[in-house]
Ligand binder design. Structure first.
Ligand code: PNW
Length: 418
């Protein structure tokens, strides 16, 4: 016998995650292994997914509705986040190109309008800056890296379309960016510059590379090495990489040169990523707000459209989102009589009409949204729909704004009185 020392300890070993189960009860939050073990091995195209979208596209066309397809609206496969750090990895641009090629190949015989990315600003800043969107990262530098790779991804997708599909399929391709209008708080030179800088740090961040091949000078000056640089090849692919300007617009802020500018570099840094542009943002007390807390300022869209028209030399523009969530709409009766939304849409469409009158090449408008939906970090609590949804049954009920907007679409005109 080979004896062990006296008092030698004997036992068996387990680990909580490996044996306990009860992963979803009694308030246990998910762990990284819950997510990781759900991820199927990556690989082939999911034919069931292709079949679903084939059916959807065919059904739209049968009903005389032209599909406009957004290739990426924020739902990055978890595998790409976990295995390669998602948008932070430069190689992600190639993944986007491969994915887009499948979309063009399978759907491009019927789809004539492609939008590569929806609102990369949200993925970069909300997803990697203040962490309120997935993947929930908080950083002062990562937003610039994520944005950079998204722009490269956009350029690669457009390159695939133009080289391999566009001639045959005869469609167009662009990108959609979101932006508020920033109105100078006062007429001073400083406030006007601050407002312009806010526009450059939000819309110019993504549109300048697409139209001019590089970031705005104001960003390069202020961010220095925090802002990545495009390679000569990327620059070439980016410049001119949109056949149209997609715009999502919801609200307006006042912009002013911050008092903090005189308080020195430390105070400025303390404001984090949002402070990088060094602009004080506020709302006019007279502005009414939506349920998101976003100010209702119809003329803001006219000014923004005119700014885009000037800066990017008269591009064809499509508004691909505009609309509002209104309070109290969990109550169906309140929602069905949504005069607030109707006023919002009438105001914003009126301002779009003014922009067209002033020479802006605005070619289309899409209302956000067709129906109440899952409003990201707010869950189902914010209702943007023209249609009220019973979230328990999925039943749909058209709101008053739905009927009003159908008349606008049918007549191609805003009615004289709402
Ligand atoms: C857009 N912001 O998101 C999205 O494209 C939609 O999916 C979303 O439902 C809709 O607008 C309403 O929110 C945005 O902070 C999210 O300015 C945030 C902002 C703008 C648009």
């Amino acid at each position: 016998m080979r004896r062990f020392p006296p008092n030698f300890l004997w036992g068996t070993a387990t680990a909580a995650y490996q044996i306990e189960g009860a992963a979803r009860i009694d308030g246990r939050g998910p762990s990284i292994w819950d997510a990781f073990s759900q991820i199927p091995g990556r690989g082939d195209v999911n034919e069931k997914g292709v079949a679903f979208y084939n059916e959807l596209i065919d059904c739209l066309i049968e009903n005389d509705i032209e599909p406009w397809v957004t290739i990426y609206h924020w739902d990055l496969p978890l595998a790409l986040q976990m295995e390669m750090d998602g948008l932070l990895n430069p190689d992600i641009a190639k993944c986007f190109a491969d994915y887009a090629r499948v979309c063009f190949d399978r759907f491009g015989d019927r789809v004539r309008h492609w939008i590569t990315l929806n609102e990369p600003w949200c993925c970069a800043l909300l997803g990697h800056g203040n962490g309120c969107f997935a993947p929930g990262r908080v950083s002062n530098t990562e937003p610039y890296v994520a944005a950079h790779n998204l722009l490269r991804a956009h350029a690669y997708m457009v390159d695939v379309y133009r080289r391999e599909f566009q001639k045959r399929q005869k469609g167009v391709i662009g990108i959609t960016n979101n932006c508020n209008w920033y109105e100078p708080l006062t007429d001073s030179e400083e406030d006007r510059e601050a407002a312009n800088r806010a526009l450059e740090f939000s819309l110019g961040w993504f549109a300048d590379p697409v139209y001019f091949g590089d970031y705005p000078q104001s960003m390069r000056d202020r961010l220095g090495s925090k802002l990545p640089e495009f390679s000569a090849e990327d620059r070439k692919l980016l410049r001119g990489s949109a056949d149209f300007f997609g715009l999502n617009h919801y609200s307006t802020n006042l912009a002013a040169e911050p008092a903090i500018a005189t308080a020195g570099e430390t105070a400025r840094r303390d404001r984090g990523i949002i402070g990088d542009h060094d602009v004080d943002l506020s709302d006019h007390p007279s502005w009414e707000k939506t349920d998101m807390g976003w100010s209702i300022v119809p003329w803001g869209v006219r000014n923004l459209l005119q700014w885009i028209d000037r800066r990017y030399e008269h591009p064809p523009i499509y508004i691909t989102e505009n609309g509002c969530a209104m309070p109290g709409e969990d109550d169906r009766e309140v929602a069905l009589n949504d005069t607030g939304r109707l006023d919002y849409l009438e105001g914003y469409l009126g301002a779009c009409h003014e922009a067209i009158d002033s020479g802006v090449d605005l070619r289309g408008y899409m209302c956000w949204s067709m129906m109440d939906n899952f409003e990201w970090e707010y869950g189902n609590s914010k209702r943007f729909g023209l249609t009220w949804i019973d979230f328990k049954t999925g039943e749909r009920f058209p709101k008053a704004s739905f009927r009003w907007y159908s008349t606008v679409c049918t007549n191609n005109a805003i009615p004289a009185t709402a």
